[in-house]
Design a protein around this ligand. Structure first.
Ligand code: SAH
Length: 364
């Protein structure tokens, strides 16, 4: 059976319903059950649209596995710990984390792995990735169904994949940005006729305010659970540390930026994470916030240089060059490098010592 493309489907739907919010548009483009970007494909790696840190090097997931073991230790070594990953992609981070965790057998024995993943294709990839680990896992479509208990929750490049809302400053006030149909049948931005009565910030006409309401809501859920049941969350993503006016919605296809409205379902859509908003959500429910720190500072404090050195000793020359290149990609400090663009935030139960990587502790 052939399906109309998502663009065709959206044309029909918008023709019937009229324009939809940017948030709904992104939700359809990413998560439509038939055509959604993540629902139909594995977008990672050189042949895909983009490459994430765990796909660059095994060192990334390994260090996060050891980070989790360190946090478990500060929690008083509970005998049962949920290790939860939000948006695990191919499952590579968890695979590397579980392998590294073998050096702390009591920690590994305490683990119950839970994946929160909406895409059936990626759930399959995750199952395959951890099949050899000997650890059982459970899959969920939403964090709300993860069972109770102390937990360490990991989210790498998850929050940037959540739909955002846009408001556009007009002479009358801030109006929600909408996606509608142009006369030639292409998708186009417009805005709601009536302004939102409760946004009062001053800005020039045409300025855009981007609100990650879904991200905020998920962080409230994560932080409330940590506050009540113990544990920590680790968020790694590109984004900004202050809430500002401006929009960051971007579409990437085959490693190139494309028009966000032109290829719904076939291009990845992301927005920078507003870490200040996530920190406010965590504070609002009484959890403690650590960071942000840059990915460079975080991975350096966790000992990535030492890990790279150890791997290099065992590597042939070609592989050693790869390790150096991966290290540079992960912790490089030029303005466009991941080491600077990516930020790391931790949320913990109140009173827990500062987690590894957030200052204070020298590399192991
Ligand atoms: N953490 C992985 C993948 C990042 S891509 C890595 O670093 O490689 C974003 C991931 O989040 C994908 O696995 C995608 O399917 C998943 N995802 C997107 N929206 C989601 C949602 N609302 N709930 C759960 N998973 C989601």
């Amino acid at each position: 059976m052939t399906h109309p493309s998502l663009l065709e489907q959206l044309r029909v739907d918008l023709g019937h319903e009229g324009p939809i919010s940017v948030e709904r548009f992104i939700g359809r483009a990413l998560n439509d059950p038939v055509h959604g970007y993540y629902m139909t494909r594995d977008p990672f790696g050189a042949a895909g649209d983009f490459v994430t840190a765990p796909e660059i090097s095994q060192m990334f997931g390994e260090l996060i596995g050891l980070w989790a073991a360190g946090v478990w230790n500060s929690m008083g070594q509970p005998r049962r710990l949920l290790l939860v990953e939000l948006g695990p992609g191919r499952g590579t981070l968890m695979q590397d984390a579980l392998r590294a965790a073998r050096i702390v057998p009591e920690f590994r024995a305490a683990l119950e792995v839970h994946f929160v993943e909406t895409s059936p294709v990626l759930q399959q990839a995750q199952r395959a990735a951890i099949a050899q680990s000997g650890v059982d896992a459970v899959w969920h479509e939403r964090i709300e169904t993860v069972p109770d208990g102390p937990a360490i929750i990991i989210a790498n490049e998850f929050f940037d994949a959540l739909p955002v809302r846009h408001y556009v400053r007009s002479p009358a006030g801030w109006c929600e940005r909408l996606v509608g149909l142009a006369e030639d049948g292409s998708l186009t931005f417009g805005m709601a006729r009536e302004p939102e009565p409760y946004i009062k910030a001053e800005a020039e006409t045409g300025a855009v305010l981007e609100i990650g309401a879904i991200a905020y809501q998920i962080m409230l859920t994560v932080a409330a659970r940590i506050r009540q049941q113990g544990g920590a969350a680790l968020v790694i993503d590109y984004g900004h540390t202050e809430t500002m006016i401006g929009e960051t919605l971007q579409a990437v296809q085959n490693h190139q930026f494309v028009d966000p409205l032109a290829h719904p379902g076939d291009a990845d859509l992301t927005a920078h994470v507003d870490f200040a908003a996530l920190a406010r959500a965590a504070h609002a429910v009484g959890a403690e916030v650590h960071g942000t720190v840059t990915q460079h500072d975080f991975l350096t404090a966790l000992g990535i240089n030492e890990r790279a050195k150890a791997l290099r000793l065992r590597a042939d020359p070609a592989h050693a060059t790869e390790i150096d290149a991966a290290l540079k990609r992960l912790i490089g400090q030029d303005t466009q490098d991941m080491g600077i663009l990516f930020k790391v935030l931790a949320v913990t139960q109140p009173g827990m010592p500062r987690p590894p990587g957030f200052g204070g502790d020298p590399p192991p």
